[in-house]
Design a protein around this ligand. Structure first.
Ligand code: URA
Ligand code: URA
Length: 308
């Protein structure tokens, strides 16, 4: 008896809460709110817990970019649909083909960066990362370098390419007559790939991690609208273009296009560190000369003859 009373009371309490929630949501909708951010795991939990089950008619969120949240209707089981976007839903920005300039670009960039810093799409990376490594440099630069993913040094610093490979990349950029401050540098992944049970070294991003993170790079590209990009290594190429037939050895040196922007594939600086052949360095440098030509920038005799 006592038990029955308790569960009746609990059911009643639950019903009251549920009704209050429904009322609140309907108020929001009346006020013009079309979308709510709801953690998908919360939705999933709601559909599984005993008492909630009978009250929420659609247990499984439909597939697709939007997760439908069905609410019981006022009277019995009527359903009002509210569309709930996933926390990060590509595209992150839609500039409608118009370039954002100056302050507007900086503001949009800051917002995307903030979302990256809060991103929890790859829980295993969230639990191991020290910092999210969004990108660095000039958001108005005509030139964007795309790397793979932060390593241990970058994870600590919160800045891309600051370790040994980064020092080499910085020297290459300087040899081009530029600096880290006058180009933009970003990675396919904004978090360091975790290396469970391993105290050093890096691993390649998984296709799933790449898919999760790509909207951030896409937004960066959309906002910066560089006149040329450099893809550093095979993983950067794979991130931009998906799986390709050829490896970076074959891809490098020939222009491709990503969403209308010319992309020059070249070797990753880590590869240059492992492979000290002058012929390989020369290849990278020739790729960079092509980039300077594409940008219509003057090339000095000294630059032309670096490896001659
Ligand atoms: N390697 C990369 O691809 N990116 C970094 O930021 C550092 C090393
Ligand atoms: N300068 C360098 O240090 N490395 C290159 O690959 C090209 C120019």
């Amino acid at each position: 008896m006592e038990n029955d009373n308790n569960s009746a009371e609990m059911a009643n309490g639950f019903g009251t809460l549920l009704q209050a929630t429904i009322n609140h949501l309907e108020d929001l909708r009346r006020d013009g709110t079309k979308y709510l951010t709801v953690d998908p795991s919360l939705l999933a939990a709601l559909t599984q817990k005993g008492s909630a089950k009978s009250l929420i008619p659609t247990p499984t969120p439909p597939p697709g970019d939007r997760v439908g949240l069905s609410l019981p209707k006022k009277a019995e089981v009527p359903t009002s649909k509210i569309e709930v976007p996933r926390p990060i839903d590509p595209p992150l920005i839609a500039t409608g083909g118009t370039a954002l300039m100056g302050e507007a670009r900086a503001a949009a960039f800051a917002e995307i960066r903030e979302r990256a810093l809060q991103c929890v799409k790859c829980p295993h990376l969230v639990s191991t990362r020290k910092k999210v490594v969004f990108g660095t440099g000039d958001i108005h630069s005509p030139l964007l370098f795309v790397g793979e993913a932060p390593g241990a040094d970058e994870d600590l610093a919160g800045e891309p390419f600051v370790g040994r490979a980064g020092e080499l990349l910085t020297r290459i950029i300087q040899a081009m007559g530029k600096s880290r401050e006058t180009v933009y540098i970003a990675n396919i992944l904004k978090c360091r790939p975790d290396t469970a049970g391993q105290s050093f070294g890096n691993r390649k991003p998984t296709p799933e991690e790449i898919q999760n993170c790509l909207p951030f790079l896409q937004a960066q590209i959309e906002l910066i609208r560089p006149r040329a990009m450099v893809a550093l290594g095979g993983t950067a190429m794979e991130g931009l273009f998906g799986k390709l037939e050829d490896g970076i050895t074959k891809l490098r040196g020939r222009w491709r296009e990503f969403q209308g922007i010319p992309v020059m594939p070249t070797y990753h600086p880590s590869y240059l560190l492992r492979n000290q052949l002058v012929s390989v360095k020369r290849e990278v440098w020739e790729d960079m000369l092509q980039v300077l030509e594409r940008l219509g920038e003057p090339i000095s005799e000294k630059q032309r003859n670096f490896f001659r």
